[in-house]
Design a binder for this molecule. Structure first.
Ligand code: HEM
Length: 173
């Protein structure tokens, strides 16, 4: 698998997982934390996010600003991507910390011990507030990113979406 192909998988898996958190807003269930969909999805997001951030730290961004972009957009493009590369793991870590601060036992997938329930209620609530704030910031950043690339593709007509689209929808773009 080429690096570009792996980035596409990481890109769209992250998008799907974050979309799930945004739309469904899954909650942990104190009486049965192992059933919490937020935990299972969160574990998958941790795995995907870890691979992506390690790849970014080792190799940097895969893409470069397109030649059709005006000056301001050439500056904005890599800054936005770097902010997302950092913002995604920051959001994931803050979510994981909120889980670790929970005052109830959490076993991922019913068996992997994540938290023995030593956390306090006040600390847990605070960690959840911080996580929500960071998640909202990340959603804002993602919204800007999507608007920017749609603008490039449909207004500037530089085929930006082809760069990240899976091969099958390529013919429609
Ligand atoms: C959770 C949501 C998303 C995140 C975290 C995200 C993050 C990123 C990052 C970090 C890059 C740079 C990758 C690199 O160069 O190595 C990128 C590229 C790109 N993204 Fe997203 N993205 C998201 C959703 C979307 C969506 C929904 C679209 C469609 C409108 C999109 C369109 C693009 C395009 C076209 C590029 C390639 C830009 C280029 O290389 O010139 N992204 N994305």
């Amino acid at each position: 698998m080429t690096r570009r192909a792996l980035v596409k998988w990481l890109h769209w898996s992250t998008f799907g997982l974050i979309l799930y958190f945004f739309v469904v807003e899954p909650e942990s269930v104190p009486s049965d934390p192992a059933a919490g969909l937020d935990l299972h999805t969160g574990m998958v997001l941790v795995a995907v996010g870890l691979v992506w951030i390690l790849m970014y730290l080792a190799k940097g961004l895969t893409g470069h600003p397109g030649p059709k972009l005006p000056g301001w957009a050439k500056t904005f493009d890599p800054i936005g991507h770097k902010a997302l590369q950092i913002g995604v793991p920051v959001g994931i870590v803050s979510g994981a910390l909120a889980g670790l601060a929970a005052p109830f036992v959490i076993h991922a997938f019913g068996s992997v011990p994540i938290n023995q329930g030593f956390g306090g209620k006040g600390f847990h609530n605070f960690a959840q507030e911080v996580n929500e704030l960071l998640f909202d910031g990340l959603i804002l950043l993602i919204g800007l990113h999507i608007a920017f690339h749609l603008w490039r593709h449909f207004w500037l007509k530089d085929n930006a979406l082809r760069v990240v689209a899976p091969r099958i929808p390529h013919i429609h773009l």
